[in-house]
Design a protein around this ligand. Structure first.
Ligand SMILES: [Zn+2]
Ligand SMILES: [Zn+2]
Ligand SMILES: [Zn+2]
Ligand SMILES: [Zn+2]
Length: 268
C-alpha cells in the first residue's frame, strides 16, 4: 500500500498528485496552480510542456545547456534561443516548438485522413477494375471475331449463291444454243438428203434418151438456193474476271471499324 502511494507522481512544489505540467529546463513536475508561481522566478529560462511531452524537447547541439524550444520554419529544424538570436537563423521565420509540433501533428492527421479515406480507396477501386477492364477487352474482341466470322460465312454463302446462279444461267443459255444447233443440223441433213436425190435424178436425166422425160424437166434448184437459216448467236455470255481490290471491296463487306485509338506501330 505504501509502495503504491510512493509510485504516484506528484507536483514537485506542492505534492499535489498527478501534475499535468512539466518544466523542461528545470526537470520539475508542476500542477496547474504552481506553474504561474514557478514562472515568476525570472532568473532562469523556463519552458512548460504538457506532462506527456516531458523529455521530448531536444537539447541544442551547439549550446548544451539549452533545449530547442523554437522551430526554424525556413530550415525545418528545432533550435535554441541563442541559435535563434545569432547566426544563420536570425532572419528566418520561427515558431514556438510546441505550437509548431501541434500544427504539424494536425497536418499529419489531415494528410492521414485524406490518404486513408479518399486517395487510397481510389487506388483500390482502380486496382479492382483492372481485371474487369481486361475481361471487357477480351469480350469485345471475342464479339468482334464472332461477328466477323458470321459475316465471312454470310459473304461466302452470298458469293456461292451468285456464282451458282450465273452458272445455271450459262447452262440454260448453252442448252438453248445446243437445241438451236440440233434443229439446224436436222434441217441441213434433211435438205442434203433431198439434194442427193435431185443430183441422182439429174444424172439419170442426162443419161436418158427419153425425150419426154427430159422435156418434162423443170428446175427445182431455186428451192435449195436459200440456205436454211443458220442459228445466229446474238448474245454469248462473256466473263471478264475483275482484279480484286483489297482496299475497296473487303472493307465494304466488313463494316466493322475500330474507333478507339491504339498507337500504330506502322505510324512511319
Ligand atoms: Zn503544485
Ligand atoms: Zn523551470
Ligand atoms: Zn543553440
Ligand atoms: Zn533557420
Amino acid at each position: 500500500m505504501d509502495e503504491c502511494l510512493q509510485d504516484v507522481i506528484r507536483c514537485d512544489l506542492c505534492e499535489t498528485p498527478v501534475p499535468p505540467k512539466h518544466c523542461e529546463p528545470c526537470h520539475l513536475h508542476l500542477c496547474e496552480a504552481c506553474v504561474e508561481n514557478h514562472l515568476s522566478d525570472q532568473f532562469k529560462d523556463h519552458y512548460i510542456v504538457p506532462f506527456k511531452q516531458r523529455g521530448s524537447i531536444p537539447k541544442c547541439l551547439y549550446h548544451s545547456t539549452n533545449i530547442c524550444i523554437i522551430l526554424c520554419k525556413d530550415c525545418n529544424v528545432p533550435i535554441c534561443k541563442i541559435c535563434s538570436s545569432f547566426g544563420e537563423h536570425v532572419q528566418h521565420k520561427k515558431e514556438d516548438i510546441l505550437k509548431a509540433t501541434a500544427e504539424k501533428k494536425e497536418l499529419i492527421r489531415k494528410d492521414l485522413r485524406e490518404l486513408e479515406k479518399f486517395i487510397y480507396p481510389r487506388y483500390q477501386e482502380a486496382a479492382k477494375s483492372i481485371p474487369v477492364q481486361r475481361a471487357d477487352v477480351n469480350k469485345r474482341s471475342q464479339n468482334l471475331t464472332t461477328a466477323l466470322d458470321k459475316q465471312g460465312k454470310a459473304i461466302h454463302t452470298e458469293i456461292y449463291t451468285i456464282i451458282q446462279g450465273m452458272k445455271s444461267e450459262i447452262d440454260d443459255m448453252d442448252a438453248q444454243h445446243i437445241a438451236a444447233i440440233d434443229q439446224h443440223e436436222v434441217a441441213i441433213n434433211k435438205t442434203s438428203t433431198k439434194i442427193i436425190k435431185v443430183i441422182l435424178d439429174l444424172k439419170r436425166l442426162l443419161d436418158t434418151s427419153d425425150v419426154c422425160l427430159v422435156s418434162e424437166y423443170t428446175s427445182r434448184t431455186e428451192a435449195f438456193r436459200s440456205f436454211p437459216a443458220q442459228f445466229q448467236v446474238t448474245s454469248l455470255p462473256t466473263f471478264t474476271p475483275q482484279e480484286i481490290n483489297r482496299a475497296d471491296s473487303a472493307t465494304d463487306w466488313f463494316s466493322v471499324r475500330t474507333s478507339h485509338h491504339i498507337p500504330s506501330k506502322n505510324a512511319l
